[in-house]
Structure formats: C-alpha cells, structure tokens
Design a protein around this ligand. Structure first.
Ligand code: SF4
Length: 182
C-alpha cells in the first residue's frame, strides 16, 4: 500500500468511527443553520459549474466578501465564493437538492469534514453518527485528500501571483490564475 493509500485508508477508518450519512436536510446550503454557508470556489470549479449549468462565471461566483488593505491605496480580495440569494441560501439550492450536484465544489463534496494538515476537522451536521459503509468512507477520504492537495496548490499559486498586484491604487482580485481589477 503506498503512502497516499495508507492515509486514505486510515482516514476512512476514522470517518466510519464518527459515522456519517447525508440526510439531505440542506442545512449546509442554507442561511441561518448555525454554520457559515460561504463556499470558496476555484476558477476550475467555476468552469465546471458553468459547463454543467450553462451559466456565466459572474452568475456563479462573486469575490470573497472581505478584502485586505495593502500600502498604496490597494484593496485586495482573495478568491471567490458561490453566489447566494438575498435570503442567504446558496443560489444552487433548490427544494432539497443541489442544481449543480455532479459538479459541486470540493467544499460541498466533503462537508462536514475537512483536513487541517493531518488533522480531521468535523463541522456540525445532522448526518453525523449515521452508519457509513467502508466504500463510501473511502470515497470521502479520497475527496478530502484531493481537496487538501488542491487547496495547497491554489494557495501556492496565489502566493506566486501576489507580487503582480499593480502598484497603483485600486481594488483587485487575486485568484490562482491571475490578478483582475474589480
Ligand atoms: S453548490 Fe450545491 S451542495 Fe454546495 S452549497 Fe450550493 S446547493 Fe449546497
């Protein structure tokens, strides 16, 4: 068994111990469920949703709501989040289902779990504690490991792009593919 497979398999064992089965309550997609339903989304994920739903990128995601002030009158926002309706629900949440389900972002795919380095973090969810089959646990474990690697790669690209923020005053958005003016 190689290193990655070992990590996935031990993660899957932990997940089975915790137990999880989605109850389709939609709490993680709606506003006001006690947890933040802000979903960070990468340029690649936006393209996947765009291809699946036939929407323009601007209708799918918007800049992250907070920004960082840099010297020289520059305000920089890092990355984008899925758009939400005025009520705060995700714009893809409909009834009890997700209109972008097959191409939903990795944050949605792995909720209520997240890898923080080697540590497994667990967020509030009604589905926790339900029986989880080994095959399903392995799928979630693989998604978690993939998500963690992708997030690291995204962060590395953003760090490399950051020095390219223009020196003139303005509002800029930095993602893993470049800098744009807002
Ligand atoms: S993209 Fe789908 S799964 Fe993710 S928050 Fe929106 S409705 Fe929920």
């Amino acid at each position: 068994m190689n290193g990655t497979k070992k990590v996935e398999s031990s993660l899957a064992a932990k997940l089975m111990e915790i137990g999880f089965s989605c109850t389709r309550c939609g709490d993680c997609c709606r506003a006001g469920s006690g947890d933040d339903n802000l979903v960070m989304v990468t340029p690649r994920e936006i393209r996947a949703i765009s291809g699946f739903c036939g929407l323009q990128a601007a209708d799918i995601a918007e800049p992250y709501p907070e920004s960082v002030e840099l010297p020289g009158g520059r305000s920089v926002t890092f990355g984008r989040v899925l758009r939400r309706r005025p009520c705060g629900d995700c714009r893809f949440f409909s009834g009890s289902s997700c209109l972008a389900y097959p191409v939903r972002p990795s944050i949605c795919r792995t909720y209520p779990f997240m890898l923080d380095g080697d540590e497994l973090r667990v967020f509030p969810c009604r589905g926790l504690g339900n029986p989880l089959a080994e095959e399903e646990a392995l799928c979630i474990a693989r998604d978690l490991v993939r998500r963690s690697a992708e997030e690291e790669e995204e962060a590395g690209r953003i760090r490399a792009i950051l020095p390219g923020v223009p020196s003139r005053p303005g509002r800029f958005l930095v993602d893993s593919e470049g800098v744009s003016e807002r």
